[in-house]
Design a protein around this ligand. Structure first.
Ligand code: ADP
Ligand code: ADP
Length: 228
């Protein structure tokens, strides 16, 4: 059974505002990587907003394990579904505090494992204070920030990882680290990316094409090429 289901979902951000979703039906498999593509304004981010319950559907149902999202406690939902946005803010404090922000009891070994996952382990080892390095005053590139945010998400071993890929040019190490993390999380859970980069679309298990608030097509990269 799918982990997430959208059934005839309509959504708008304010009464009288144009609809952001116009009756979306889709299923997300329990494991694997689904990429969501489509033009600006198509409703891609709105899918995430609904899953995170930043926005409630106007009509229709979004369900996790077949249970409508509004029947879950928000805290439980936040444990199972994690969102890493393009510019996820880091908190003031040390690298360790950032990594432990949502899961304070994770041990040292697990922290180094996620640092390795996002290819930051060598960089952190080279810092004089290691994990206890304050982020303020330390020179951290945009790509490193993004990998720290991703590492923080991986610490909690989310069942569903929502990733809004940066449109900005990423350095090669960051792109490779994000790719590796997607593959790893997708082997035991669901990863949904709003995809801007062709590389992740090609490698996704499934691509959802959104347009005008509707799911226009679903398939693998090759299947969608045939449809075109
Ligand atoms: P249609 O031709 O009606 O658009 P599709 O062939 O795209 O239908 O999809 C067929 C079925 O696959 C639908 O019932 C839909 O709910 C389901 N589906 C859509 N997206 C996904 C997904 N990401 N994972 C699994 N099933 C999906
Ligand atoms: P995409 O992610 O595909 O670019 P969005 O889901 O962000 O599309 O947008 C779908 C529609 O909802 C657009 O018409 C957009 O203007 C509108 N919209 C998105 N976010 C908001 C918001 N926070 N407040 C009001 N309208 C919004």
């Amino acid at each position: 059974t799918p982990v997430l289901t959208f059934r005839d979902v309509h959504a708008r951000y304010a009464p009288g505002a144009p609809r952001a979703l116009n009756g979306v039906d889709l299923d997300i498999a329990r494991r694997g990587h689904t990429a969501v593509v489509g033009p600006s304004g198509a409703g891609k981010t709105t899918l995430f907003s609904l899953v995170l319950r930043f926005l409630e559907p106007e009509s229709g149902t979004v369900a996790l394990d077949g249970v409508p999202l509004d029947r879950y406690a928000l805290a439980d939902l936040r444990e199972r579904v994690v969102y890493v946005e393009q510019d996820t803010p880091l908190v003031a404090g040390t690298l360790r505090q950032n990594l432990l922000y949502t899961h304070p009891h994770v041990d040292e070994e697990a922290l180094w494992a996620v640092l390795r996952d996002v290819r930051l382990d060598e960089r952190v080892r080279a810092l004089e204070n290691g994990l206890d390095t304050p982020l303020d005053g330390t020179v951290i590139s945009g790509g490193e920030r993004q990998r720290i945010a991703l590492a923080r998400a991986l610490v909690g071993e989310p069942e569903i990882l929502l990733l809004d890929e940066a449109t900005a040019q990423l350095d090669g190490v960051t792109e490779a680290a994000i790719h590796d993390a997607i593959v790893r999380v997708a082997s035991r859970g669901a990863v949904i990316t709003i995809a801007h980069r062709l590389s992740t679309v090609v490698e996704a298990d499934r691509i959802i094409v959104m347009e005008d608030g509707l799911r226009r097509a679903t398939g693998t990269h090759d299947e969608l090429l045939v449809t075109d």
